[in-house]
Write a protein that binds this ligand. Structure first.
Ligand SMILES: Nc1ncnc2c1ncn2[C@@H]1O[C@H](COP(=O)(O)OP(=O)(O)OP(=O)(O)O)[C@@H](O)[C@H]1O
Ligand SMILES: [Mg+2]
Length: 226
């Protein structure tokens, strides 16, 4: 589905990513974890066309996409959400998805069809997050990338989002999810990669990652999964 090959990105002297390679398989949900500043969002920006890599390649469904524009990639079915929620707050929930080319199906997929006439600004944080996912779904993605979807959500809101993500998985949409809330993340992902100072330091199953010494030292020490 997605292949990232030896990607490097520098910001001045700072090496935000170096030699990062991994794959996302068809029907897979992959988690990306690692400390603040590890390069996770930079990696998303490169894959989704918002940033150009200095070196390396990204292939999506066999096509070389590194250097292509986000609008082109969305047409190809590669879609991401942002760490900060981007919706039109003055518009209703339904108007938001219509603007993105979607409709009631996308609202049903995130459990917001009952709120379709509500103004987006009246939604709770968890509902706004799900609306942002409905907007992404409205572009009919072949792969969906979510940047910290669980951040700021209450435990009830997180459970709702977990259900939405699992149902998207059930529909066969491959997902890539950046997240610090590991308990929630590990309930939905099949596999995890760990970034630390721009390097990939681990790739494996959630149950393996929590036992990995290097990962514990770099990250999990201060962010355990109870
Ligand atoms: N446009 C930019 N210009 C300069 N430096 C940047 C830019 N974008 C990111 N960086 C730096 O690159 C590093 C990686 O940042 P990035 O946002 O990818 O981290 P992250 O893993 O997503 O962190 P967080 O978990 O806090 O979201 C950081 O040191 C950051 O300050
Ligand atoms: Mg980030």
């Amino acid at each position: 589905m997605l292949k990232v090959i030896d990607v490097e990105k520098k910001f001045g002297e700072l090496r935000a990513l170096s030699g990062v390679s991994f794959k996302v398989n068809k029907d897979e949900c992959l988690g990306i974890i690692g400390p603040n500043g590890a390069g996770k969002t930079t990696l998303f920006n490169i894959i989704s066309g918002f940033t150009k890599p200095d070196r390396g390649e990204v292939l999506f469904r066999g096509e070389k996409i590194s250097g292509k524009k986000p609008s082109y990639l969305v047409k190809k079915g590669l879609v991401r959400t942002f760490q900060l929620i981007k919706v039109f707050r003055q518009m209703s929930v339904e108007e938001n998805v219509l603007t993105a080319g979607g409709g009631i199906e996308e609202l049903k997929a995130v459990g917001l069809h009952n709120k379709r006439y509500e103004k987006a600004q009246n939604l709770s944080h968890g509902e706004l997050r799900r609306l942002s996912i409905a907007l992404a779904l409205s572009t009919k993605p072949k792969m969906l990338m979510l940047d910290e979807p669980f951040s700021g959500l209450s435990s009830i809101e997180s459970k709702e989002l977990e259900r939405v993500i699992l149902s998207l998985k059930g529909c066969g949409i491959p997902l890539v999810i950046i997240e610090h809330k590991l308990k929630e993340l590990f309930n939905v992902v099949d596999r995890v990669i760990v970034l630390n100072y721009g390097k990939l330091i681990f790739e494996g199953l959630p149950e393996e990652v929590i036992k990995d010494k290097t990962v514990i030292e770099a990250y999990l020490g201060g962010n355990g999964v109870e």
